[in-house]
Design a protein around this ligand. Structure first.
Ligand SMILES: C[S@@+](CC[C@H](N)C(=O)[O-])C[C@H]1O[C@@H](n2cnc3c(N)ncnc32)[C@H](O)[C@@H]1O
Length: 376
């Protein structure tokens, strides 16, 4: 699996596309998508008549909304044949816009067309080399165009990381993936019930986040995105929103408008919010945020080592969690309690241990950011 493309290798070898959304109430689904667009600074009606390129539409559930906004041209790229076919079928009713679904790997996709809006949702984090793919994906926007992508970091994903480690500790990771997901659902479904707003089937979520081998994959954080694209793109919006900029627009002229610098500052003053979706924490210092980011990155690296069979990494992980809990104790005591309980569960050897805190704790797993292309 190591040499197979991320996601695509796992999906194709199991003939799955575990990316469906509950769209039985289409109005509600579209409202969710509209809220996302607004949060990213995109006015839905402005999509009419523009050129849109989407990477990794999965089976096209979210693409349905974008297509409904009637872009002049809408091209989509997905490397999973099942997903590409399902996306094509789902979009057949949108004959007014020029819609084309390409079955291709991201890095192999090329076109001379330049697009006003590039969309890459849920498909750059968890790649082997997300920054290389990010640069490739970002290369297709016109100057002044918008790039929207999702990010995940070790803090926002810590609640998942601990649930993956639960799987590593107590379950076999071989054999039929559906059987694995089914077995895990007994334990994780009650946790997922506490995640308000969840619109994915439980088994899809477990396949994608817990069963999928990720030990050779990387996350992709907001600071990594900003630093990687700094010369070509300016940070524009995000969901959840955390950017503040009190400058007077009349003072904002010249070559260096410092959008990225200010975005990084806002980010590091607020990233504790990524750790627990139940709370809205006040601003903290940049130094606190940078240290937290470091805890998050280390937790992902140690999980990868554990999943590579390095038994000694377990103790390093437990020590790291102790340090993290001490770091956040004052500002986020309830979250620290949930993390401690998860660690006790992993140390206890008893998967059925009664839990009071851990099942309720989820991070703000995936974030969205929008950036505006400033140069070629
Ligand atoms: C987790 S799904 C996300 C689906 C959808 N965008 C969403 O957010 O619900 C990732 C999608 O990206 C596609 N994908 C991931 N990496 C890819 C790659 N390197 N080349 C082509 N497709 C890829 C997968 O096949 C899958 O359909």
């Amino acid at each position: 699996m190591k040499d197979r493309p991320a996601f695509v290798g796992f999906y194709e070898s199991n003939n799955i596309s575990p990316v469906s959304q509950d769209i039985s109430d289409l109005k509600r689904h579209f409202q969710r998508r509209e809220s996302l667009f607004r949060s990213l600074g995109l006015v839905p009606t402005f999509v009419r008549g523009i050129k849109v390129l989407e990477f990794g539409p999965g089976s096209g559930h979210n693409a349905l909304y974008t297509a409904s906004l009637l872009p002049e041209q809408y091209e989509l790229v997905d490397g999973n044949l099942k997903g590409a076919q399902e996306t094509r079928e789902r979009l057949t009713s949108f004959t007014t816009s020029q819609t084309k679904v390409h079955h291709a790997l991201f890095d192999a996709f090329q076109t001379h067309t330049r697009f006003d809006l590039i969309w890459a949702e849920g498909c750059l984090p968890h790649q082997n080399q997300p920054l290389l793919l990010l640069e490739h994906v970002a290369s297709f926007a016109v100057r002044g165009g918008v790039l929207c992508i999702t990010t995940i970091n070790g803090i926002s994903y810590l609640s998942e990381t601990l649930r993956r480690l639960f799987r590593d500790r107590f379950f076999h990771t071989r054999g039929d993936v559906h059987a694995q997901a089914h077995q895990l659902a007994t334990y994780l479904q009650p946790h997922l019930k506490n995640l308000h707003g969840m619109s994915r089937p439980v088994e899809d979520w477990i396949l994608d986040n817990i069963v999928q081998p990720l030990q050779d994959r990387r996350l992709l954080s907001i600071p990594e995105v900003i630093n990687c694209l700094n010369d070509k793109y300016d940070m524009y919006g995000s969901s959840p929103r955390f950017l503040t900029d009190w400058r007077w627009y009349k003072d904002m002229t010249g070559d260096n408008l410092r959008f990225n610098e200010l975005a990084l500052d806002s980010y590091y003053q607020n990233n504790l919010n990524l750790l627990d979706y139940r709370f809205e924490f006040s601003k903290h210092t940049v130094a606190f945020g940078q240290k937290l980011e470091d805890f998050g990155s280390q937790s992902w690296d140690l999980m990868c080592k554990i999943e590579h069979g390095e038994e000694l990494a377990w103790q390093d992980f437990f020590t790291l969690m102790q340090g993290l809990c001490a770091h956040i104790e004052k500002l986020a005591p309830v979250t620290a309690e949930a993390i401690r309980e998860a660690v006790i569960l992993l140390q206890s050897g008893k998967p059925d241990m009664k839990l009071k805190q851990f099942p309720y704790w989820w991070g703000r797993g995936q974030q969205y950011v929008s950036l505006i292309r400033k140069s070629d």
